[in-house]
Design a protein around this ligand. Sequence first.
Ligand code: PCA
Length: 326
Amino acid sequence: MTFIAFRSLTGAVAGAAFALPAAAANWDMPTPYGDSVFHTQNITQFAEDVAAATDGAVEITVHSAGSLYAHPEIKDSVRRGLAPIGEVLMSRLANEDPVFAVDSIPFLASSYEEAEALWEASRPLVEKKLAAQGLTLLFAVPWPGQSLYSQEPLTSAADLEGASFRAYNAATERLAQLMGAVPTQVEAGDIPTAFATGRVDAMITSPSTGVSSQAWDFTSHYTDTQAWLPKNMVIVNTRAFEALPEDQRAALLDAAATAETRGWEMSAAETEEKIATLEENGMTVSQPSDELATELAEVGETMTAEWLDEAGDEGRQVIEAYQSGM
Ligand code: PCA
């Protein structure tokens, strides 16, 4: 008797819970890059997919181009719950842990296939480090390969000696130093102004960012090094995520997996397309000379060794897993 009464009570409670309209989650999502960038377009589609799959119970509003929080603040705003979800360049967190910078070492993984194997090998550790900060990784998508933009033809590192070189993370700073240039941190959105005012003379970035910043207005040479594929990642505050009902959490993870696959495809597809756009707008596109290629390979070896030193056993295991996956 008691048992039946208990059952009907829980049944009634569960019934009442279903009868109540579910409180909708309205999530603001800060992202660093502009609306014309494929990462932002992929995230906009992700937000639409989540809204559709949850019948509007989880509404994500994308605030692109650092309009809600500037890039350096996005990770902490998500960690503190000021924004439940956000996007950052993974390697911007290198000062917190070297594993976040494993995708920004020249020539460690410079094709999509290698980048995918490296992501598979490093993802568990990235997830673990984020989890320790109350963050859950949803998905990560690479930029196309990183190549050099300059005002004069680049035949060797000597051509960059003393040049002020735009950097976007610690690894690009180190690369500039190793090539004899002087690094200056500049956000993607500030690239045109930084060149126009003479703050920087050269940079290394994807054809995507070259096109979105209209690199032909301030540089004339694109040297196709495609040296590494740094990733953007989408993270969610774990408490905010766990506050969602289970079916909505599942819908979010599903949409995230779809966005990851779609994003990698978009990235690969636009590599050639954006190089062609640079050329159509008057830039000279060339392959690195043997000398430059050798110098860059040496920079990559130095940076790999430095990374391994810093990342210790955990890092060594990631590289071993990557190499055995290739
Ligand atoms: N674009 C971003 C990061 C890497 C890339 O291709 C930037 O230049 O800031």
